[in-house]
Design a protein around this ligand. Structure first.
Ligand SMILES: N[C@@H](CCC(=O)N[C@@H](CS)C(=O)NCC(=O)O)C(=O)O
Length: 202
């Protein structure tokens, strides 16, 4: 069996998506390596493997590296025949994953605004626009939550990683009280061992 190296950081929600899949599908041929990713300059071997300098990246000996998270999860799922992208709901699952990733990107963008730009360059209307994206996404997920089946899929994993990151970086934000279905779904998902083992730190 081929061995793969996953470049990432355990604080990253996009890396977490991959790690949750690895646990859920009991994939044993992926080794994790912590790297530094930063828009101001990350690790050289990360930048060599992925021109965007973003994590996660999956290194494959003798073959091209794979990124971004959605490509890695699709690849690992296909190799393991794990079924987290069920054929009969493929477009719904991919769209949910895209929507979850987009919400996560808005949260990451807010973190980066304050981490990497001097305070004199913060632009509040842009920041507020990211919050609007997050709120709209949460309402969209609240509408979808009743249709989520017992069998989890990659869209739901991406959503769990995104909500976990929202709580991690914006702990003061109460999204649950007006979105009870989503809150109940997330509580159930968070109790799964794959989510427990991959809680963000950092
Ligand atoms: N669309 C990418 C997003 C990955 C991403 O934004 N990762 C962040 C960490 S959470 C990163 O590597 N940031 C470093 C940078 O922007 O240079 C994916 O799904 O993999």
């Amino acid at each position: 069996m081929s061995q793969y190296q996953l470049l990432g950081s355990i604080a990253s929600p996009f890396v977490r998506k991959v790690l949750v899949l690895v646990h859920e599908a009991e994939i044993s041929n992926v080794v994790f390596e912590t790297v530094k990713a930063s828009p101001l300059g990350g690790d050289a071997h990360l930048n060599a493997a992925n021109p965007s300098g973003k994590i996660p990246v999956l290194l494959r000996a003798g073959e091209s590296s794979i990124f971004d998270s959605r490509v890695i999860t699709r690849f690992l799922d296909a190799e393991a025949r794990a079924g987290f992208y069920p054929e009969n709901r493929l477009w719904e699952v991919l769209t949910l994953e895209a929507a979850a990733d987009a919400m996560t990107e808005a949260v990451v963008a807010m973190v980066y605004e304050h981490r990497f730009r001097p305070e004199t360059h913060w632009y509040q209307p842009w920041y507020d626009g990211q919050w609007d994206k997050v709120r709209r996404a949460l309402d969209y997920f609240e509408g979808l939550a009743p249709s989520f089946g017992a069998q989890i899929d990659m869209g739901q994993i991406a959503l769990g990683a995104g909500l976990g990151y929202l709580d991690f970086r914006q702990a003061q934000f109460d999204w649950r009280s007006t979105r009870p279905q989503l809150a109940a779904f997330f509580e159930g998902l968070s109790a799964r061992s794959a989510f427990q083992k991959t809680r963000p730190v950092g």
